[in-house]
Design a protein around this ligand. Structure first.
Ligand code: HEM
Length: 509
């Protein structure tokens, strides 16, 4: 019996690996079947994960990812994932034209602004609470930008800004020159020469910074914590509350005398233009008007500041341009008995343009959000919520568009213009016709394009030029560490580092 037992045992022992093997085969088979049946889900999950990882990478290396993709596809549209949506990049003339001519109910600039500003809505909540009578709960700080598709009521002011601000620039210029001079003299501590109100000025300066930081923090903050986080990040909305406190009574007072004053007595500033162009049928509240002002203020500060900063740094890095620029200013800007006209300074215009081309502060421009799924003529498609944009930095660094694009050539645009005037053929796309810093063209899309092109660009150009003129005339400047990195990236922005130190020494005139 033991033999039999032994045999059974032996057989069992011998069979065990076979049984295991069969079990293993069975399990493997089952897993395989499961995997195959779940393949689509796994593939979706994997691609979701990869997209998320790419999206997070975009936060830290957006411009590099865009540039790399641009170089890979050679002129074709391409997509870059971001944490919240996909960006479709287009570069061909026909697609760009389609982008800017698409109805705003399909592709909208203001929906892009709304996406950014939505985070800011949370920053306002405590202001609603403290100023309920003034600020309606449905009021949005971003004013005109916050509707997805900007209605007729919102466009009047931007139109007014475009025409009135631009036409008043010669009148404003002496005052702007005074502000720039004083700001430089006081090490940027006093930007208001007559120092009427330092509390308001510092709130106005703090506001764009506070909102930009809050908007980014809130994008990654869970919904329920947003009011608290917004309050912490904005120091209990200090800057915004101060601005409202000062501007609302001024607007209220101006509304009382609306239409009763003579032209001479009517103030000449952006607030007045806003009042004059606000709807009369369903009037805006003073708070809504202040929101509009703050939205324009917010939009006008960062890009202008970055443009001027990089231009001053470029003066330090390329001192060979200082002398020719100074000569041009002396000969054409200070001409006796003539208007101090920055339009007479083609070398300065070219230098600033090259500075923007070379150290572009934003890798993308002309953002439009798809409010509905959208398919371009070439078949490139956008899902609802995705953005279409132009990869301006990559295009400006493209050797098929610009000769020797990695080299800083401060007068490249002036030379091309001169060449154009001499009716010579240029090989550069940007040199085919005379160009200016304020152009809003397919070759120079930094201001956006079409009807939405930046209405503040003539003002921005004037201020940047006045800053450079003052620096060139009164100051010697150099970078403390010329080799150190000058910028850092966040999403598509290429922001000047606050650690970069420029040393200014006043010239003895
Ligand atoms: C260097 C400085 C500036 C740059 C590069 C710049 C660039 C832009 C761009 C790219 C757009 C979007 C246009 C589009 O996508 O088609 C825009 C819109 C706008 N910009 Fe500027 N901007 C600058 C300064 C200013 C200033 C100083 C102001 C105000 C005085 C201003 C007011 C606006 C407004 C109100 C809009 C919205 C236009 C609309 O709603 O139709 N910008 N800007």
């Amino acid at each position: 019996m033991p033999v039999i037992t032994d045999t059974v045992l032996l057989t069992f022992k011998l069979a065990t690996p076979v049984i295991y093997k069969e079990k293993l085969l069975g399990v493997t088979f089952l897993v395989a079947v499961l995997l195959v049946s779940q393949f689509r889900q796994i593939r979706t999950a994997t691609s979701f994960l990869v997209r998320r990882i790419h999206g997070v990478l975009y936060l830290f290396s957006g411009p590099e990812l865009i540039d790399r993709a641009y170089n890979r596809v050679q002129g074709k549209p391409f997509k870059v994932p971001t944490p919240s949506n996909d960006h479709l990049f287009i570069t061909s003339t026909s697609l760009i034209k389609e982008l800017i001519n698409a109805p705003s109910q399909s592709l909208s600039l203001h929906a892009v602004a709304k996406e950014v500003c939505d985070a800011m809505i949370n920053t306002r909540r405590p202001i609603y609470l403290t100023k309920k009578q003034i600020l309606q709960p449905n009021y949005t700080m971003c004013g005109f930008e916050v509707q997805d598709h900007r209605g007729i009521e919102g466009t009047g002011y931007v139109r007014a800004l475009r025409s009135l601000l631009t036409s008043h620039l010669p009148k404003f210029q002496p005052h702007l020159e005074g502000i720039v001079k004083n700001a430089l003299l006081t090490g940027l501590r006093d930007v208001q020469p007559d120092a009427q109100n330092t509390e308001f000025t510092s709130a106005a300066l703090d506001f764009p910074q506070a909102v930009a930081i809050a908007a980014e923090v809130l994008r990654i903050t869970p919904e329920f914590m947003r009011p608290l986080v917004a309050s912490i990040v904005t120091n209990r909305h200090k800057a915004a509350t101060t601005i409202y406190r000062y501007l609302v009574p001024i607007i209220e007072q101006r509304l009382v005398v609306r239409g009763l004053q003579s032209n001479e007595a009517t103030p000449m500033d952006c607030m007045q233009w806003l009042i004059d162009n606000s709807p009369r049928k369903i009037p805006w509240t003073p708070a809504k008007m202040v929101g509009e002002i703050m939205a324009v203020w917010f939009g006008s500060v960062h890009q202008l500041a970055m443009t001027s900063t990089y231009a001053i740094q470029d003066l330090c890095l390329h001192p060979e341009y200082v002398e020719p620029l100074k000569i041009e200013i002396r000969d054409y800007f200070h001409l006796n008995n003539s208007l101090r006209d920055v339009e007479r300074l083609p070398l300065l215009d070219s230098f600033i343009k090259e500075s923007v081309r070379n150290s572009n502060f934003d890798a993308i421009t002309c953002r439009r959000k798809a409010l509905v799924p959208y398919t371009f003529q070439d078949g490139s498609s956008l899902n609802k919520g995705d953005w279409a944009c132009i990869p301006q930095r990559a295009m400006m660094q493209d050797s098929t568009r610009y000769r020797d694009p990695q080299t800083f050539d401060g007068f490249r645009f002036a030379h091309d213009n001169a060449q154009h005037q001499r009716h010579k053929q240029s090989t550069e796309i940007s040199g085919q016709k005379e160009s200016k810093f304020t152009d809003a063209t397919l070759d120079w899309p930094i201001w956006g394009l079409g009807n939405a092109a930046c209405p503040g660009r003539f003002y921005a150009s004037l201020v940047t030029k006045l800053i450079l003129i003052r620096v060139l005339e009164d100051w010697e400047c150099k970078l403390l560490e010329p080799e150190a990195p000058r910028s850092m990236t966040w999403r598509s922005s290429i922001v000047p580092r606050s650690s970069t130190i420029i040393m200014f020494r006043k010239k003895h005139l």
